[in-house]
Design a protein around this ligand. Structure first.
Ligand code: LR7
Ligand code: MN
Length: 549
């Protein structure tokens, strides 16, 4: 893995060189990124929303705005008034326009999947690609209709798009969700590179070449544009902060975070340099088509929406590729508060199921952190059917992908991922002694860090664990015991430090309906489950080290 600053290294072929016809020009030619924007003129400068400015509406239009909001969960009323080929400000860092790219970049198929997309935003997305991409690099635009219900997306769309020979429409016969819709688009794509985009975006000037350049330099690079914000309220085109990269927090929640200041300094980075990106947002990226398939594309078992960005991100990094954000490529996206389309099944369950598939295939021992952040219920395989994972696990083996530990250490080192919530000795405050596991049973001893028998982990599964044995409440009112650890058994889970309540130091069993707490007998030879009493110090326990709340 290269860890040096990922700057494009391109030597300019000077005019002098090319004049000399006697020396065959072996160096591939380069040119300045084309600042191509077919729509710059002629253009109605006074049109609503022109140049990416906020479109305003009068107060008497308010009702209309609200009425149409749910069609897309953004200001559909305004969108319909804005030209489908409006100009937007060139938001690239200044130096981008001077950057050089190779003359022989690969061509791309742009794939838009949509379900019930708003007419004007879908058209604006397509026009922005047609108008701001060098024609020789744009092989085609593939629109994948994921079984939309709106009539305007059928014949009227066919008719409209028939003006543009590069635009192809494929229609799925049932709702597949965006993941399988993208696979359907990729399957017919003829370009060397696939470029996926959401169906409510506007590509900015010069967006395409910088992406293709990265793939050209290394086919295992997966470049993403900077995703700028088109306001859901007034449709204005808004800048985002520099040096942002995609990250995740537990339990696999996508978010943005700025590169650490020291990293920027250490690597001498300018605002135009590619940014290594631990996870991609999901919707907007280019990838070498052959490489996409070598990676096994997406897990086709992922449904409808969500989690596929984690899957492809872990897969790319762990199996030898790189994800980058390319600041010289910028695309606006309408961020919406809600999905405007229906989910065939419950939305939350769909996303959770997708994430479980990703966690089970890619996270190794770190999947405990995923489940441990509020997803314990997903371990109950009777409650959710995650489907078959054999092929995904096989694929990971076949590709000889690295471990998730490697990913954390090398790609996302600033991520905090302790494998246990707490560990060390388990000290009882009342008894002033430590829990010990001796020849298969629990007892108390004088605390001694050097004794392995006194070392326990408090895990993300909320287990009190030594090797493969877990402390278990045997029954409601009599004592405790030991059981082989089993993530699916709720009775092995103990609450500890989970809130700053009066019971923070207690070990509370989740097994019984009203709280019961683990209590040391005052003589030091017994353990009991008793009703929790905040001030009872025989119910207070302390681990030597705490790694997480
Ligand atoms: O069943 C579906 N079928 C579809 O074809 C559901 C959706 N879709 C289409 C939809 O019309 C849209 O064009 O798929 C595209 C993405 O759906 P959105 O726009 O509802 O998703 P999003 O923008 O809310 O969510 C982000 O996360 C998703 C997780 O599955 C996808 O990866 C989206 O592509 C992704 N969008 C982006 O990365 C843009 C930036 C958002 C951020 C952060
Ligand atoms: Mn979107």
């Amino acid at each position: 893995m290269q860890r040096r600053s990922p700057k494009p290294i391109i030597k300019l072929q000077t005019g002098e060189d090319s004049k000399d016809n006697s020396v065959p020009a072996r160096k591939p030619g380069v040119h300045k990124v084309l600042s191509l924007d077919v729509t710059l003129n002629p253009r109605d400068a006074n049109a609503v929303g022109q140049f990416g400015q906020a479109a305003l509406f009068a107060s008497n239009e308010d009702a209309e705005v609200r009425k149409r909001w749910d069609e897309g969960h953004f200001n559909v009323y305004l969108s319909d008034k804005i030209p489908v080929d409006r100009a937007i400000p060139d938001t690239r860092p200044e130096m981008c326009a001077q950057n050089l790219v190779h003359d022989d970049l690969p061509s791309t198929s742009v794939i838009f999947c949509f379900v019930d997309e708003v007419w004007s935003t879908l058209l604006r997305s397509v026009h922005s690609v047609l108008n701001r991409s060098p024609p020789h690099l744009l092989k085609e635009i593939i629109l994948v209709d994921d079984f939309s219900t709106k009539d305007y997306l059928k014949e009227p769309l066919d008719k409209y798009m028939s003006q543009f020979p590069k635009v192809k429409i494929i229609r799925l016969k049932e709702r597949q969700g965006l993941i399988r819709a993208r696979l359907a688009g990729a399957a017919v794509a003829k370009g060397e590179v696939l470029t996926f985009l959401d169906s409510h975006i506007e590509c900015n000037v010069g967006w395409l070449e910088p992406l293709l350049e990265r793939v050209y330099l290394d086919r295992k690079k997966v470049p993403c544009p900077v995703i700028e914000v088109i306001s859901d309220k007034d449709m204005s085109y808004m800048l985002v902060d520099n040096f942002q990269r995609g990250v995740f927090k537990w339990p696999l929640v996508f978010g943005w975070s700025a590169l650490p200041e020291e990293y920027i300094k250490k690597h001498n980075m300018t605002v135009a340099d590619p940014i290594r990106c631990p996870v991609m947002a999901g919707g907007l990226f280019s990838i070498d088509k052959k490489y996409f398939y070598e990676l096994g594309a997406y897990d086709p078992g992922l449904d409808v929406w969500g989690g596929e960005n984690m899957e492809i991100s872990f897969k790319i990094w762990m199996c030898g590729g790189e994800i980058e954000i390319i600041p010289c490529s910028r695309v606006g996206h309408i961020f919406r508060g809600q999905n405007p389309y229906k989910f065939p099944k419950d939305r939350q369950k769909t996303v959770e199921r997708n994430l479980v598939r990703v966690a089970e295939v890619w996270l190794d021992e770190y999947k405990d952190l995923f489940y441990g952040h509020g997803y314990h219920h997903l371990l109950d395989r009777k409650a959710i059917d995650i489907g078959n994972l054999t092929e995904q696990i096989e694929l990971r083996k076949r590709l000889k992908c690295k471990s998730f530990k490697w990913y954390l250490e090398n790609v996302y080192p600033d991520m905090d991922a302790p494998l246990a919530k707490a560990e060390g000795l388990v000290f009882n405050r009342g008894l002033r002694k430590c829990l010990a596991l001796q020849s298969g049973s629990l007892s108390f001893e004088i605390c001694d860090l050097s004794k392995q028998s006194q070392h326990f982990n408090y895990t993300w599964m909320r287990h009190i664990r030594q090797e493969d044995l877990c402390v278990a409440p045997q029954s409601k009112d009599s004592g405790f015991g030991l059981q082989p650890c089993d993530n699916t058994k709720p009775e092995l889970r103990w609450f500890h430090k989970s809130s700053n309540s009066a019971l923070a130091e207690h070990l509370i069993t989740e097994f019984v309906s009203h709280h019961m707490c683990l209590e040391a007998g005052a003589l030091g030879d017994t353990l009991h489950l008793n009703p929790c009493v905040p001030r009872n110090i025989f119910q207070k326990w302390q681990f030597t080290h705490y790694h997480a709340q």
